[in-house]
Design a protein around this ligand. Structure first.
Ligand SMILES: NC(=O)c1ccc[n+]([C@@H]2O[C@H](COP(=O)([O-])OP(=O)(O)OC[C@H]3O[C@@H](n4cnc5c(N)ncnc54)[C@H](OP(=O)(O)O)[C@@H]3O)[C@@H](O)[C@H]2O)c1
Length: 258
C-alpha cells in the first residue's frame, strides 16, 4: 500500500460519494495526491458530477459504482465492486452514506423508521464488515466513518436518526478495538463526530450551536489522518462540550437549544 509518509491515502473508496461532506474530503485528499477515487452512490447525475469534480481536482483514476442503502443485501457486492474498480490496493474507505429524514413525519410511519435504521446503520454495518475483511486481506488501510454528535447523546428532535447513528458509532468503535489488536493487519479506524454541518442534508434547518461546514470537516479528517486519531470531533470543542452534555439530567438536556 502506498500511503505517503504522512499517511495520506493515494486511493479512496467513498460509500456515499455524492455526500457534500464526502466530496469535500475527496477534494482535500486529491489535493494531497490521492490519485484513485471510487465513488459509490445512488443518483447517476449527482454521481457523475462528483466524479467530474474529483477528476478536475487532479484524480487520475475515477470510477463510479451504484449504491442503494435501502438494500443491505447489496452492500457486500457494492463494496466488492468498488474495490475492483480501484484496480489496486485501497488505502482508505470512507463511509458517508446517511439519511436525516423528516423527524415529525417519520416517527409516525413505521416503514420510514425501518428505512432510517437501514440506511444509517444496517447497510453501513454490512458494508463496513466487508470493507474491513478486504482491508485486512490487503494488510493495511484505513476506515473512516461519519458518525455524528446526534448519536453520542440522542435528542427528541431527531431520535430516529440519532439512535441509528448511535448504533453505527458504537459498531465503528468496536471495529477500532478489534483492529487495534489484530496481528494480521495494520488497519486504522477513524470515527468522525461532527456537530451540525451546513450541507444538503441540513438545508432549511436552523443551525445548532458550533455549526460547521463540509470543508471544516474535511480539514479535521485530514488532520486526524496525519495524527493517527481514532475519534475526530468537528469542531474540536464538541469533545469537551459533550463530555459535560452527556452527563446532564434529562430535564436539562431536553431544554437545550439546537
Ligand atoms: N450535515 C450534518 O449536519 C451532519 C452532521 C454530522 C454527521 N453527518 C453525517 O455525515 C455524512 C454525510 O452527510 P452530508 O452532510 O454530506 O449529507 P448528504 O450530502 O445528504 O450525504 C448523504 C449521503 O448519503 C446518501 N444516501 C442517502 N440515502 C441513500 C440511499 N437510500 N441509498 C444510497 N445513498 C443514500 C446520499 O445520496 P444522495 O446524494 O443521492 O442524496 C449522500 O451521498 C452522513 O452520514 C451524515 O449522517 C452529517
Amino acid at each position: 500500500v502506498v500511503n505517503d509518509a504522512f499517511g495520506h491515502p493515494q486511493s479512496v473508496v467513498v460509500l456515499g460519494g455524492t455526500s457534500d461532506i464526502g466530496r469535500a474530503i475527496v477534494g482535500r485528499l486529491v489535493g494531497l495526491r490521492c490519485r484513485t477515487v471510487v465513488l459509490a452512490a445512488r443518483d447517476p447525475a449527482r454521481l457523475a458530477a462528483a466524479a467530474d469534480e474529483a477528476a478536475a481536482a487532479g484524480a487520475t483514476a475515477v470510477a463510479t459504482v451504484h449504491l442503494d442503502a435501502t438494500e443491505p443485501g447489496s452492500a457486500r457486492d457494492t463494496v466488492a465492486e468498488a474495490f475492483k474498480a480501484a484496480g489496486g490496493p485501497v488505502d482508505m474507505v470512507l463511509v458517508t452514506v446517511g439519511l436525516l429524514g423528516e423527524p415529525e413525519r417519520d416517527e409516525r410511519d413505521p416503514d420510514r423508521v425501518g428505512e432510517l435504521v437501514t440506511v444509517n446503520f444496517t447497510w453501513p454495518a454490512v458494508a463496513m464488515a466487508e470493507a474491513v475483511e478486504r482491508l485486512r486481506a490487503q494488510g493495511s488501510g484505513r476506515l473512516v466513518v461519519l458518525s455524528t454528535v446526534a448519536g453520542v447523546r440522542v435528542r427528541r428532535a431527531n431520535f430516529l436518526y440519532g439512535s441509528a447513528k448511535a448504533g453505527l458509532d458504537a459498531m465503528t468503535w468496536g471495529w477500532s478495538e478489534v483492529l487495534r489488536d489484530a496481528p494480521d493487519a495494520a488497519v486504522a479506524v477513524q470515527l468522525v463526530r461532527p456537530g451540525f454541518v451546513h450541507s444538503k442534508m441540513t438545508t432549511g434547518l436552523r443551525p445548532a450551536p458550533f455549526a460547521t461546514t463540509p470543508d471544516a470537516v474535511a480539514d479535521a479528517v485530514v488532520r486526524g489522518i496525519e495524527r493517527g486519531e481514532s475519534v475526530t470531533w468537528v469542531p474540536g470543542v464538541l469533545r469537551w462540550a459533550f463530555a459535560v452534555l452527556r452527563l446532564l439530567p434529562p430535564s436539562l438536556w431536553r431544554r437545550l437549544p439546537g
